[in-house]
Design a protein around this ligand. Structure first.
Ligand SMILES: [Zn+2]
Length: 218
């Protein structure tokens, strides 16, 4: 709606400008014969299309009706890294969780709230997500770009967390390394793992996607 409004406002501005005698150059009213009218040009319809970034595919936050609830790692909306009563948070690796809490505390001072979209997951929940991804992407090969197997998933071992919203991941992309928190995959700006050396040496180069991660080759 904003884009349409902006284009409409632009067209109106052009129309008004072309009708205003003081701004007319080529067709000044003084050069018109009696009865002739200044015809405003039609509003431009060839405005450059406004690029809308594609929505990146994300995992469902919870899986309803199939028995995988919070106990399996599904995380309610609005969960933070301080929610000890949510297994998806409580079962994260303690060192990762401590780093997340330090970062979240400082982010909050900057007015940025860190939310956990997914943290630890049971193997059964991970398998369910994998099957859903295979249905969605049409093949196990394509699904592997987004969802690991229960055997390889860093979420199942409690060593990975998916964070949001985008303001939070943007904050982390600038400040996360100081806490040892690193984005691992270029196609998953929300997926963070602990890299303790990052505070001193920065985060390691990102893999394009999980299929390039040697840990996933099992
Ligand atoms: Zn993840």
């Amino acid at each position: 709606m904003v884009v349409v409004g902006a284009i409409a406002a632009f067209a109106v501005a052009r129309g008004v400008q072309s009708l205003a005698p003081s701004s007319a150059t080529a067709t000044s009213p003084a050069t018109l014969r009696p009865g002739e009218q200044v015809v405003a040009p039609l509003p431009s319809t060839d405005a450059a299309p406004v690029e809308v970034p594609p929505t990146e595919p994300r995992l469902p936050r919870s899986v309803g009706g199939d028995g995988h609830g919070e106990a399996d790692g599904a995380v309610p909306d609005g969960t933070t890294v301080f929610d000890d009563d949510v297994p998806g948070v409580a079962n994260l690796d303690p060192t990762l969780l401590a780093a997340l809490r330090r970062a979240a505390t400082d982010a909050r001072r900057d007015g940025v709230e860190l939310h956990v979209d997914s943290g630890w997951r049971s193997a059964a929940y991970q398998e369910r997500l994998l099957q859903q991804a295979i249905s969605k992407y049409g093949s196990a090969r394509e699904a592997a770009r987004w969802v690991a197997t229960p055997e390889t998933s860093l979420h199942v071992s409690g060593d990975a967390v998916d964070l949001g919203p985008s303001r939070a991941t943007s904050w982390l992309s600038h400040h996360g390394a100081a806490y040892g928190l690193c984005q691992i995959y270029r196609n998953e700006p929300w997926h963070y793992e602990l890299r303790p050396d990052a505070a001193a040496h920065g985060c390691p180069a990102k893999y394009a996607d999980p299929t390039h991660d040697p840990r996933m080759q099992q």
